[in-house]
Design a protein around this ligand. Structure first.
Ligand code: SF4
Length: 184
């Protein structure tokens, strides 16, 4: 399929937002980061069978300063929570978070005081992926949904405002159970 099939008249009209979104979604650099069993599936996602290099993600960056995507793969213990937040803070903007697996998304079966009941109590989450563990195919699906979301995000001050509002909303969210997250 060539672009000429989409553009029979040879003319393409778009917006700056549309173009920037298009390039951003195709240039994610995930940070090297795994917390528990879900991380094994995440590693498989980057291995030859699934080959995340097909959409430019074969290199998981060793430094958060070179990464713009955090895949939270595994349950987040209370001890790890400040570390997760520090890594997130060290990543340059714009940055995105994908909560991989039921544990990262909501605490999952670890309904106890040692585990944060959802990583969105610590960092703003852009995409939730359920399952225990989610298969690499599911991660691919979530990744493409995230790419679609990124493509349609606003730019500039509108985006900054939207991000701040979203983070404030998520940090103030009522926990699903009586247990409190680290920042409560
Ligand atoms: S969702 Fe399942 S596989 Fe993933 S970290 Fe939790 S227990 Fe492990």
């Amino acid at each position: 399929m060539g672009i000429e099939e989409k553009l029979p008249s040879g003319v393409l009209l778009s917006t700056v937002e549309g173009l920037v979104g298009y390039f951003r979604k195709a240039s994610f650099w995930p940070v090297t980061f795994g917390l528990a069993c879900c991380a094994i599936e995440m590693m498989t996602y980057g291995a030859p069978v699934y080959d995340s290099g097909r959409w430019g993600q074969e290199v998981f960056r060793a430094s958060p300063r070179q990464a713009d995507l955090m895949i939270v793969a595994g349950r987040v213990s209370q001890k790890m929570a400040p570390v997760v937040r520090q890594i997130y803070d060290q990543m340059p903007n714009p940055k995105y978070v994908l909560a991989m697996g039921v544990c990262a998304s909501s605490g999952g079966m670890f309904n106890n005081y040692a585990i944060v009941q959802g990583v969105d109590h610590i960092v703003p989450v852009d995409m939730y992926l359920p399952g225990c563990p989610p298969r690499p195919e599911m991660l691919i699906d979530a990744m493409f949904k995230l790419m679609d979301k990124v493509q349609h995000q606003p730019l500039g001050p509108n985006r900054v405002r939207a991000e701040l509002e979203r983070e404030a909303r998520q940090l103030a969210a009522i926990p699903s159970e009586e247990m409190k997250g680290l920042l409560r």
